[in-house]
Design a protein around this ligand. Sequence first.
Ligand code: HSE
Length: 298
Amino acid sequence: MIRIQIPATSANLGSGFDSLGVALTMYNQVWMEVSDETVITSKDDIKIPTDKSNLIYWSAEHLYKECGKKLPGLKIIQENNIPMTRGLGSSSACIVAGLVGANRFLGNPLTDKDLINLASQIEGHPDNTTPAIMGGLVTSAIDGDKVYSVSVPVASNIRFGVFIPPFELSTEYARGVLPDTYTKEQAVFNLSRSSLMTSSLFSGSLENLRVAVQDQLHQPYRKHLIKGIDTVFRISYELGSYGTYISGAGPTIIAIIDDKHANDFSTHAITSLEDKGFTGWQFVMLSADSEGAKIILD
Ligand code: HSE
């Protein structure tokens, strides 16, 4: 069996709706091998589809079809460390695992660029799938059916404080609450801030982040779907966040902080959540992952 490690990803980073994303140091592991029978199991208690509708299987089969081949079946074992439907790229991780594994089984007929295009077509937007493949901080733009993207490293002084709620929020639903049209002012507001976000995370210019996370395209319309969001934002800023935003479509909330304060921030974030009665919320401190999905030979 091959083992594929795929990072969690945080899309949008506040202002970069459907275009910015960062890979994080939280990983799913997937073991796969081609087999005449399909057997899909999980190493944990997380419920996953065990038939061919499983997203890893479906994506692998999709790649086989794209290459004009027939997939006989797959044995898949999943270790699901990325919480599902929380805005941390769990579905992208499954898509990428299926594609990377299937490509390896066929002798790597597709390039990384081909995988990026295919993953984005399956997911519908590139801002989780591309960083899951490339690692780092990724800007992506779609032109026709192609993704144009660049991955740059995140400055080494930056950490991501991740507040994960005990409830799910489907991306489909959270996209459904967004308006159909925006004004020129709103477009300019986000363009300027998403550009500022990329250059500030790359250069470690923490002082820009409070402005760079501002957004008028999605967060104002999604806030009401995340119970407790105002309190979590307040806690994060009181503890020294440089910029706090809804990760992807939510409901996870991420505070961007300075590595020097990471330990203190974690201790106090956990205590504050408990004090405010946020039962079931988790807090984890992560860094940016620079490698993206990789096959590990055990
Ligand atoms: N850019 C997407 C959205 C991310 O905000 O809907 C969802 O994973």
